[in-house]
Design a protein around this ligand. Structure first.
Ligand code: HEC
Length: 220
């Protein structure tokens, strides 16, 4: 009798040990998975921000080249008023094409926007205010990265100033740089237009590119 009791007592811890052993195996799988995930993330936050800055520069450059190329061709083919129709139809799809290619979101926003879709969010508005302040005070405007959506999205922004006369054909002063025909066209397609009366060197708006952090890391 005594013996069996001892055996039973011995058995209990052994069974516990056995089940612990099983658990350990499961734990190790989980640990392996976590380690693997961390291997992917073995980059520091500042490296991610640096890369986002570089990538944002490249994407905004690419989108700008696409837009200006298409704009110049439209002006050559159809004249300035005709090119308004073109911008009306094609500006957003052109930026969307570049955005989809990189799995990011691209906007051009302005407090004095022509297309109502290009009006800024609160965060974009405060960045635009900062860029406008810098332009007025002749401080160099450098691109900026802000963390949004709990750090899951990095918002790259870059000021767009009016570089030269070409832009004034459609964003300058009506009756002066903007012809009557162009003005009529703008008013008919954009009844709420605010994007006239600009001068060379002024802040026109900014690129606002949302880079999902996982896409940034994937590309590093
Ligand atoms: C042929 C006329 C034309 C010319 C030239 C032109 N734009 Fe525009 N611009 C437009 C139109 C039309 C829109 C609205 C596009 C849309 O509906 O998405 C626009 C929109 C924009 C926007 C987006 C914000 C907003 O107001 O909706 C920016 C920024 C901009 N233009 C900057 C420029 C700059 C910088 C130049 C010179 C390099 C320029 N544009 C030359 C017609 C023109």
């Amino acid at each position: 009798m005594k013996n069996t009791k001892w055996i039973r007592l011995l058995f209990v811890p052994l069974l516990l040990l056995a089940s612990c052993g099983d658990n350990k195996k499961i734990d190790r799988d989980v640990v392996d998975q976590v380690n693997k995930a961390n291997e992917v993330k073995k980059v520091t936050e500042s490296e991610i921000t640096d890369y986002a800055m570089k990538w944002g520069d490249e994407i905004s450059q690419e989108a700008q080249v696409e837009l200006i190329g298409a704009l110049q061709k439209a002006i050559e083919d159809k004249g300035v008023p005709g090119a308004i129709d073109f911008c009306h139809l094609e500006a957003l799809p052109i930026t969307k094409k570049v955005a989809d290619k990189h799995a990011v979101n691209i906007r051009r926003v302005s407090v004095k926007n022509r297309n109502p879709e290009n009006s800024p969010t609160d965060m974009e508005k405060s960045l635009l205010d900062a860029y406008a302040y810098n332009v007025e005070n002749e401080i160099d405007n450098r691109p900026n990265i802000q963390k949004t959506e709990n750090g899951e999205v990095l918002l790259y922004t870059k000021a767009i100033t009016i570089p030269g006369g070409l832009c004034l054909n459609c964003h300058g002063e009506p009756g002066k740089e903007v012809s009557d025909a162009t003005f009529e066209k703008i008013k008919s397609l954009y009844p709420a237009d605010k994007a006239l009366g600009y001068k060379v060197g002024e802040l026109r708006g900014m690129w606002s590119i949302s880079l999902p952090k996982k896409e940034v890391v994937k590309n590093m």
